[in-house]
Design a protein. Structure first.
Length: 342
């Protein structure tokens, strides 16, 4: 067993942001970590650290689906790591694992807190993407709540993101016409050329909500399923174009995370549209389906292995870049899953 103490680095969450999250809300701490571990523990070294929009929700003062992220601890996050030392029968040094050890280079974990990854089955990064939380969110959110039927029209906001890009592909495989909403011509071209969607809409090209709504109607001729990752004016634009008995899946509202969580903007004036079309709105969280992960993997993992699913990734190099990477989510710089490689 390794005896020399390790130099660990940790991003400590120190201050709650009011608007945009940045370096000022964190402290980069360096300390020594003794390599000794107890029975059934493992020592892991982080390789890829996840950066997700939900982190900004947890940093708000109000309770959401749980209490706010505590101050003065390591920023929580999903991590793909390699085992350095092990006193567990489940893994050995060198094995790849999925953990929730957060923004730090090394961590000690109980064996119950890790999940072994087979690096030969798929790229290890998929454990934080298409075969992880984003994939679970996309699959169950669309298939169980959205209930798409062949021939229906599905609109996905944030369609270039980790969840949205998968929802769009799952909907195509379900036999639907699929339209993605994203920011910028490059992302929209990606949706058409790489994900083979039926159409894409650059919301930044429209100065008013009314003009955006008209374009949505022009392209789609009405919406059966709206998978909402964004909220705000994009949702304001989509709701008037829903069809009879439409299903609206509320997965995220990233437009509100950057300063409007504790004092949210007024929502869309959509209640009369729901009434007229007898539509259904339901929110979802990935954790609601954690216990059913095997169901999703049984279907989606073979698609990934056969190369039938595109899973875009944006990988930023450098542990020191983590706060900036989180910040970049709110500027729409990433395509697909955002990871920091350390």
């Amino acid at each position: 067993m390794q005896e020399t103490a390790l130099r660990n680095k940790q991003w400590i969450y120190r201050k709650r942001p009011v608007g945009r999250v940045s370096h000022e809300h964190y402290e980069l701490a360096e300390n020594s970590l003794a390599p000794d571990i107890a029975d059934n523990e493992v020592l892991v070294q982080s390789r890829y650290i996840s950066v997700d929009p939900y982190m900004r929700i947890q940093q708000a003062e109000r309770n959401s689906w749980e209490e706010p992220h505590p101050l003065d601890i390591v920023q929580r996050a999903g991590v793909i790591a390699q085992v350095v030392e092990s006193r567990s029968s489940k893994v050995a040094p060198g094995d790849w694992v999925l953990t929730y050890s957060g923004w730090q280079l090394f961590a000690k974990c109980h064996q119950s807190e890790i999940q072994k990854i087979d690096p030969n089955a798929a790229p290890v990064t998929t454990a934080l993407g298409v075969l992880g939380m984003p994939g679970r969110t996309a699959w169950f959110g669309l298939m169980e709540v959205g209930q798409p039927k062949p021939g229906e029209t599905v609109v996905v906001s944030g369609a270039g993101g980790a969840v949205g890009s998968l929802v769009a592909q799952f909907a195509k495989r379900a036999g639907c016409r699929v339209f993605g909403i994203a920011g910028g011509p490059d992302k929209c071209k990606y949706l058409r050329d790489s994900l083979h969607l039926d159409g894409s809409i650059d919301y930044r090209a429209f100065s008013t909500t009314a003009a955006l709504s008209e374009e949505i109607l022009k392209q789609t001729a009405g919406v059966d399923v709206y998978f909402d990752n964004v909220g705000g004016r994009i949702t304001d634009a989509v709701i008037p174009q829903i069809k009879l008995r439409a299903r609206i899946v509320i997965c995220g509202s990233i437009s509100q995370y950057d300063g409007a969580l504790d004092a949210p903007e007024l929502g869309p004036r959509f209640l009369h549209h729901l009434l007229f079309q007898r539509a259904r709105v339901q929110g979802i969280l990935a954790r609601d389906y954690t216990h059913r992960m095997d169901e999703m993997l049984a279907i989606v993992a073979p698609w990934v292995k056969r190369g039938e699913i595109v899973f875009p990734e944006t990988i930023v190099d450098g542990f020191e870049q983590l706060p900036d990477a989180l910040n970049s989510l709110f500027e729409g710089k990433n395509l697909g899953k955002l990871l920091v490689r350390v």
